[in-house]
Design a protein around this ligand. Sequence first.
Ligand SMILES: *Cc1c(COP(=O)(O)O)cnc(C)c1O
Length: 230
Amino acid sequence: MPTIEQRFKRVRSQISHAEIAANRPRGSVALLAVSKTKSAQVVADAYRLGQRHFGESYLQEALTKQQALAGYDITWHFIGPIQSNKTRAIAAHFDWVHSVDRLKIAKRLSEQRPEGRPPLNICLQVNISGESSKSGIMLAELPRLVDEVKALPNLCLRGVMAIPEPESEYQRQRQPYRQLYQAVSALGLDELDTFSFGMSGDLKAAIAEGSTLVRIGSALFGERTTAARH
Ligand SMILES: *Cc1c(COP(=O)(O)O)cnc(C)c1O
């Protein structure tokens, strides 16, 4: 079993190689360590290796971990599905939310962002695989939601997030990311600087298609064996 240090080294090197292969500047892709189902101790270990951005999907679990890690200089990203009754805690305890897929949720996050905190960084989750069961807006709805979210005072719209259907073939992995990247570019919004694309199984393809942030869980922390808690 590789150590966590070896795993971080390997993932960072995969990111660098993918940047070079895509002719992109070194350091243009950020690493978000997805620590869902992993303990506060594991997060602290990653922190000691220099990792500062962590992604969580389950609110209660994240809040418990954040309490255990109070005093650590961590930037917390919420990446899971959002129910309305969770927005207040998410607005108070996170720096980023990647999974906004309706105006109602965006409005609540803006209204509930505590006074004195900087605007909450937002990515809109887009469903690029066309699966009706999956969360995320359809591509056609993106321009309108972008306009609506940009108007909310306590949010800072940063970009888009996508979770394509699992696919093992490299060229087919690239296709949905390319489609979304082109659609966002066509909107001509220079202020959008974040493409939250890529997980453990497809980070190279995501980086080839413009990812600025990869969300990596199992490649850093091992397979998740614990049942997810919602
Ligand atoms: C769990 C999760 C990840 C990380 O997935 P891995 O395949 O373990 O790297 C990334 N993004 C989201 C939204 C997730 O829920």
